[in-house]
Design a protein around this ligand. Structure first.
Ligand SMILES: Cc1ncc(COP(=O)(O)O)c(C=O)c1O
Length: 365
């Protein structure tokens, strides 16, 4: 047995790992399945891929030059896009990288952090790794997983909370919270930094963003890997007041956003027409997919975005059987929902392939 005296911080050993969607390449290797042959419904990204302008921009970017540490061009382009000033924006290596940075910069050991479950696993993990006591307030299935507003208000009032993570729209449930309510909580609790993860907001046109609200204790995180389909490049950004952004800038690692991602981000923002068109297609394809699943006899839990939970009895088993047929969905056991899988709408012809495979698997029992 390894008796090395070199030990990590205790939290590194006690914080559980988090599962995610997307391919597990060792699993595919074990099953003898080629990744190219699998349709991935387990990630919630734009299935049409990035704008053609993105590929051209990547091809023009020299890989041997260090990237701009401050991401000036991209921040300026985003500032214009969001009608903000660039000093309110910080780029990161995906939203996931920004979440870790927020925890690194703001959590002191023993601080309290609040999460509204079931939700994206990295909130609890990044806060836990920094030594926070993480409390989860869970929505109930019988309530459509809506946030228990009273329970949240009681938790905020009972003891100081350093970070409150709010995923809006929420992953995996597709529920939303009124931005006015979050703003109200932020006003009542100036000691808490509300980290509002709007990774999926462009998939939910009815939901207003808090990015432009200018609330000093609200930090908005946005991903460019979902709507702009840049998951492989890793790109996200934070919008907040100058003090909070300034703290993140001081704490970040150097060159954390690579040159290809920066060039891709600028190009993607230039092609808003492509984004609008593809998002509209995804929205239009959703009802047929949901109706098809219901037609098979599956219970689909209503959602306000393009991904949704489906009750299948044994999520892991259902996922495994679909994977052998070249279709991947998200088993939701890690969200505490072992009876569910999460499915994201893809292109109409791909959705029909999923329906065909799901029907076979469901009828097999
Ligand atoms: C709610 C939520 N936030 C953030 C992320 C991570 O996004 P990124 O690819 O920008 O790191 C995910 C990825 O699944 C997510 O579901």
């Amino acid at each position: 047995m390894d008796r090395s005296p070199i030990r990590p911080r205790p939290e590194v050993l006690t914080t559980p790992p988090v599962m995610h969607g997307a391919f597990d390449f060792s699993e595919l290797e074990r099953l003898g399945v080629q990744p190219e042959g699998v349709l991935d419904f387990s990630v919630n990204s734009n299935p049409y891929g990035p704008s053609p302008l993105v590929r051209e921009a990547i091809a023009r970017t020299p890989p041997d030059r260090y990237p701009d540490r401050e991401c000036l061009s991209l921040r300026r382009a985003l500032a214009e896009h969001l009608s903000l000033t660039p000093d309110r924006i910080m780029m990161g290596n995906g939203t996931a990288g920004l979440l870790w940075l927020v925890a690194f910069a703001f959590v002191r050991r023993g601080d309290r952090a609040l999460i509204l479950g079931p939700t994206f696993g990295e909130y609890g993990r990044c806060a836990g790794l920094m030594g926070a006591q993480v409390r989860e307030i869970r929505g109930r299935a019988g309530d459509g997983f809506r946030v228990d507003v009273r329970a949240v208000e009681a938790a905020l009032a009972s003891s100081p909370i350093r970070l409150a993570f709010i995923c809006n729209p929420n992953n995996p449930t597709g529920t939303t919270l009124a931005p006015d309510l979050i703003a109200h909580w932020a006003d009542r609790h100036p000691e808490t930094l509300f980290v509002v993860d709007e990774a999926y907001i462009r998939f939910c046109p009815a939901l207003d963003s808090l990015a432009g609200a200018g609330i000093s204790n609200v930090l908005v995180l946005r991903s460019m890997t979902k709507d702009y389909a840049l998951a492989g490049l890793r790109l996200g950004y934070a919008v907040g007041c100058a003090d909070v952004i300034g703290a993140l800038v001081r704490a970040r690692p150097p060159w954390s956003v690579n040159a290809l991602a920066q060039a891709a981000g600028v190009a993607a923002l230039r092609d808003e027409a492509y984004l609008r068109d593809t998002l509209a297609r995804i929205r239009a394809a959703g009802p047929e997919l949901v109706a098809g699943l219901r037609g098979i006899g599956l219970r689909v839990i209503p959602s306000e975005v393009h991904y949704f939970l489906v009750e299948v009895g044994d999520g892991a088993r259902f996922r495994g059987k679909l994977l052998r047929r070249g279709i991947q969905v998200r088993d939701c056991a890690s969200f505490g929902l072992p009876a569910c899988v999460r499915i994201a709408t893809r292109r109409p012809e791909e959705n029909r392939r999923l329906l065909q495979a799901a029907r076979e698997v469901w009828n097999e029992g």
